[in-house]
Design a protein around this ligand. Sequence first.
Ligand code: NAD
Length: 385
Amino acid sequence: MIIQPKVREFICTTAHPLGCEETVLRQAVCAEGYGTVKGPKKVLIIGASTGYGLSARIGALVNLDADTLGIMYEKEASGKRTATAGWYNTRAFEKMAEQRGRYAGCINGDAFSREVKEEAAALIRENMGKAELVVYSLAAPRRKDEDGTVWSSALKTVGEPFTEKSLDLRNNTITEKTIAPALEEEILGTVKVMGGEDWASWIDFLKKEDVLAENAVTIAFSYIGPEMTYPIYYDGTIGRAKKHLHKTAQEICIAHPDVQAIVSVNKGLVTQASAAIPIVPLYLTMLYRAMKKRGTHEGCQQQMSRLFTQKMFGEAGIVTDENHLIRMDDYELEEGLQRELRESWKKVTPENLREYADIDGYWEDFYHMFGFGYDNIDYTKDIMP
Ligand code: NAD
């Protein structure tokens, strides 16, 4: 089968197995540049197949030389459909881990469910003994509770509607978008899906099953961003969920005094999850351009390898701010850079878009996420999906 990209606005419905393997290999080469540090050797990653979770898994293998168990929710190929990118990424990761003599287990199922938690505890016990680090990197549109209730997350404002410039990804132009305020139940749903409740229940469960090592560390990912995206992000429904996640870290530490639960505030990046947030992609393309110009741009792998080697398991130990947050958004929120972005935001129009925004960089990252756009891969070749 010849596999070509099929793009529908912010998602690509096909993925290329060789291209996804290329993504994983390139990320591993990038991780190598950060060296190896002494840290946890048994790592559980929840949401391990794409984006930050995949990079954390590659970082665990390359920068920590660790065994990993990865949890994901991906689709296998069937008939004329390719598998999802996360499925191919995981196959490529497993091959790489095997070559390095490290265990790489995988559960493809719903991480919110009790069954997957039980399966994870059993696999940890059998193959790793106890987990020393748990990375929580889920980004999901909905969650089925243990009592069967289905919660959906919404990307909306809280209180007032918000109108702002937005990137129309269908034809790379700027349009104006108005985001409606969320209903109370949508706010609650977003907190249920993307807040800290499930993270805490994972830690409670692993502790009860005695598969968490003493002094284990657990980390979840958040985003804050600059004030100009606050109405849609930090002050919106998703921000409510992130604030809940921050609070959950403290609650986990109180419930389990020997577990260190931390939130890392990461940089805004193109991933399958972030591409779906309105208004944010325009900010991201402008951020990419400004950060590349300054030489401070990082992708998911640079973020995760810097996190492990410099902000968690480096000589300085765990480096947090006064709110107990690890700030991987330090380069993004640098004042000079943000001042420049505020100015550019006022000036950017459909006519001068490419002057201020790295549209090509956005699409390059987008296609790479699905294994497309690599020069060294022959996309006209017939391949088994
Ligand atoms: P992503 O979509 O690339 O990855 C999500 C992962 O979760 C995938 O591995 C997917 O298979 C898995 N997953 C989804 N639903 C699942 C389920 N029910 N059961 C098991 N696995 C499931 O997303 P991402 O952008 O890497 O986001 C990961 C975390 O990082 C999120 O908490 C997000 O808010 C946060 N974050 C993202 C950004 C950004 O700009 N992308 C910035 C800061 C923080």
